[in-house]
Design a protein around this ligand. Structure first.
Ligand code: NAP
Length: 486
């Protein structure tokens, strides 16, 4: 079994203004391996004062950093991308230890996370301005794009690196500085990226990291007028609280919140491709992603074939510790996560749902009691909790439908609007359904739509703002115009 963690070899402190520091109080908190309950490290429990220090450091670094050229910033971002890829295996092991996801997925996340830096390194050079024809011959109108200033991000545990780099890359490429607050469950991967940023040569204060008390850190970020922009990825519940806090200083916000993705399989779909897409979308990261399919609508003609092929695939999935070879389903992040999945399954079965496969915890070789069998449930109905709440676990509930309009209406009947999926071979239906679905991301015959060059983000209560592609650059720049009387 690979060993990555001894406290001497893994950085655990916070990076503030180029210095590695602990909490002023000296307090720390434990980081657990969710597969074993082993304490793998302790990191600083910082709060308001350390956050203020980090903001001060970012503000001090901003004037010089914002005056560097896009090429210089791009060079450093590309260097950080290369260092992450150089250390892909080490970072992946670290991530699996603190988060639980299978090693192959963790490696994929390191590469995916690094790709946002590579993309931003190039995209920063295309921050074009504009000239607009004026109403008078002796006037000129120039549109300028400038960095926002000090930015901050608050990120979740399910993608400990990628949720940071997809904010950090564009923020830094546009000339901003950043304070990062990673999730308490998974700060080690984030700190490891900060360490590589130092090696890459980013000047002190450009990238700062603060771990600890979420409420205190968040309150300081929103109360401090030096912070001009905050990007948050996490639950809709916390996102709504942050919207209120942002009113104090009218701080700009981007919100990547919860999702509840529908997955529609039409009669004319390639059923094998749909099953493959369902496995990718539903069971990746043990079902703990914001774009995981949470409701499956399958048309009458292919329902039986799809359900039995999906169950066959699911039965073949290897459950175990993420560091072990071939494991596809690791532990859930914590006990509350397993209890929520159990609650959803018990609720579904009490309301007529039938467990086709799975439907219970699995005990694995004396490891922590946090493994849940990949599950398929037939006949789910709108009355079930699973129809409205994010399950965040490896459970696929299926429902039959007869008509396209019916499936679209059910799919859109949600407060969320992040990702949605459908499978069909009919080209005109692809456009029609894509336009009808009220979701920011549409996987048309595609169970894995995320990529650095596309504008990831949601509508309705899944948030606002976009991350990825050229669109994310708008989140990290101010547009200003000069009306020039000659
Ligand atoms: P969460 O509880 O909302 O936490 C997200 C982050 O917010 C963590 O860093 C957390 O800190 C912090 N936080 C919690 N309370 C806070 C407060 N009062 N003030 C400031 N920060 C606070 O979400 P989660 O359970 O980590 O992540 C799962 C959720 O994220 C799901 O709903 C999922 O759909 C969503 N998600 C969305 C996307 C997307 O792109 N739309 C991507 C991934 C995940 P602590 O960890 O220290 O508590």
């Amino acid at each position: 079994m690979p060993q990555v963690l001894d406290q001497q070899s893994v950085q655990t402190r916070n990076l503030i203004g180029g210095d590695w520091v602990g909490a002023a109080s000296g307090e720390e908190f434990d980081i657990l391996d969710p597969a074993t309950d082993e304490i793998i490290a302790r990191v600083p429990r910082c709060g308001r004062s350390e956050t203020r220090d980090a903001i001060d450091a970012a503000a001090k670094a901003f004037p010089e950093w914002s005056r560097t050229t896009a090429q210089e910033r791009g060079k450093l971002l590309r260097r950080l991308y290369e260092l992450m890829m150089r250390d892909q295996d080490r970072l992946a092991e670290l991530m699996t230890r603190e988060q639980g996801k299978p090693l192959a997925e963790a490696k994929g996340e390191v590469a995916y996370g690094a790709s946002f830096l590579e993309w931003a390194a190039d995209e920063g050079r295309r921050m074009y301005g504009e000239t607009i024809p004026a109403n008078f011959p002796d006037k000129r109108i120039l549109v300028l794009r400038q960095p926002v200033g000090v930015t901050a991000c608050i990120t979740p545990w399910n993608f400990p690196i990628a949720m940071i780099t997809r904010k950090l890359g564009p923020a830094l490429a546009c000339g901003n500085t950043m304070v990062v607050k990673p999730a308490e469950d998974t700060p080690l991967s984030a700190i490891a990226v900060a360490e590589l940023a130092v090696e890459a040569g980013f000047p002190p204060g450009v990238f700062n990291i603060v771990t600890g008390n979420p409420k205190e850190i968040g309150e300081e970020l929103f109360a401090n007028p030096a912070v001009r922009k905050i990007s948050f990825t996490g639950s809709t519940e916390v996102g709504k609280m942050l919207i209120k806090q942002s009113a104090q200083n009218v701080t700009r916000l981007s919100l990547e919140l919860g999702g509840h993705a529908p997955f529609i399989v039409f009669d004319d779909a390639d059923v094998d491709a749909a099953v493959k897409g369902a496995i990718a979308s539903k069971y990746r990261n043990m079902g703990q992603t914001c774009i995981c399919a949470n409701r499956f609508y399958v048309q009458d003609g292919v329902y039986d074939a799809f359900a039995s092929k999906l169950a066959d695939e699911v039965n073949r999935m290897k459950v175990g510790r993420g560091l072990e070879d071939g494991v596809q389903v690791g532990p859930l992040i914590n006990d509350a996560a397993v209890e929520k999945v159990e609650k959803h399954v018990a609720d579904a079965t009490s309301k007529g749902g039938r467990v086709r496969t799975g439907g219970e915890r699995i005990s694995v070789d004396g490891l922590a009691d946090r493994f849940y069998a990949p599950t398929v449930i037939d006949d789910f109905t709108p009355e079930m909790l699973i129809n409205t709440e994010e399950t965040f676990g490896p459970v696929a509930p299926l429902r039959r439908f007869a008509k396209e309009e019916e499936a679209i209406a059910w799919a859109n009947d949600s407060i969320y609007g992040l990702a949605s999926y459908f499978y069909t071979r009919d080209a005109s239906r692809i456009m029609r359904v894509a336009e009808a679905l009220e979701y920011g991301i549409i996987g048309a015959n595609d169970g894995g739509p995320s990529t650095a060059q596309a504008p990831f983000g949601g509508i309705k209560q899944s948030g606002y703002g976009r991350e990825g592609g050229k669109y994310v650059m708008d989140e990290y720049t101010e547009i200003k115009y000069v009306s020039w009387q000659l």
